[in-house]
Design a binder for this molecule. Structure first.
Ligand code: PXP
Length: 241
């Protein structure tokens, strides 16, 4: 069964807007788990704009499911990952000025450095994933660096402004999923997915996880975290395995 992994970054975004103590992403993670989330994701950014080091450590201690850490491939983040030991590390590109992650990681141009970067993480027993576009070259590169998982970037599909572009982006993702599966790479999907656009994947077999943050936190602001997560879990539970 495909699983929902909930990204709680934007609970921290609300807290950091006032540099206060609430709302706490640790509390949000607790409620997300009660509502059926199979894991919790945070992106510890270099600029610490939302998730703080304290959040990561407390989540590791308190959550009952699996902690996924999204991070840039920097020495600082590698050290943090090796100390905290999340269930999975997903490498993402990071730019200071961006509002959110804008595209996939360029694995193809950085084969050796990414392979080297992943080595100690794998040796520590942490699963690895690479956030990449549904691009043949990048998926082949993911195979080269021997990552167990990739997360295919669904943002271009989610952001498409018209049906033709949306269908084109969806086709690319579907081709990417198939190619990764042919290479025996496990596939997660994420970025920009919401309660409407996720239905496009309902009949696509073999997706392991959906990584969803903004749309769930947006709904949670109005109806509560438990209900927002439960609504998404109910949708994903109707999807093919
Ligand atoms: N996957 C990755 C790699 C991301 O960077 C993000 C955003 O932090 C997400 C998934 C979740 O995207 P969204 O918040 O749009 O659901």
């Amino acid at each position: 069964m495909p699983k929902l992994v909930v990204n709680v970054d934007h609970i921290a975004t609300i807290r950091q807007a006032r540099l206060s103590k609430e709302p706490d992403p640790v509390h949000a993670a607790f409620l997300a788990e009660i509502a059926g989330a199979s894991g919790i994701i945070v992106h510890l950014r270099e600029d610490r704009r939302h998730i703080q080091d304290r959040d990561l450590r407390l989540l590791k201690e308190t959550i009952k499911t699996k902690l996924h850490l999204e991070m840039a491939a920097t020495k600082e983040m590698q050290e943090i990952a090796l100390e905290v030991k999340p269930y999975m590390v997903c490498l993402v590109p990071e730019k200071r000025q961006e509002l959110t992650t804008e595209g996939g990681l360029d694995v193809a141009s950085n084969l050796n450095s990414i392979k080297e970067f992943l080595k100690p993480i794998k040796e520590a027993g942490i699963k690895t994933s690479l956030f990449i576009d549904a691009d043949e070259k990048q998926i082949e590169a993911a195979k080269e660096v021997e990552t167990e998982y990739i997360e295919i970037h669904t943002g271009h599909y989610a952001d498409a402004q018209d049906d033709i572009t949306r269908r084109k982006e969806l086709k690319k993702i579907l081709r990417g999923i198939k190619l990764a599966q042919d290479f025996n790479i496990k596939v997660n999907l994420g970025h920009g997915l919401n309660y409407e656009n996720i239905w496009a994947f309902s009949k696509v077999p073999g997706i392991c996880e959906y990584s969803i943050g903004h749309s769930i936190v947006a709904r949670a602001a109005l109806v509560g975290m438990e209900k927002a997560v439960r609504d998404m879990v109910e949708i994903i539970n109707t999807f093919v395995d």
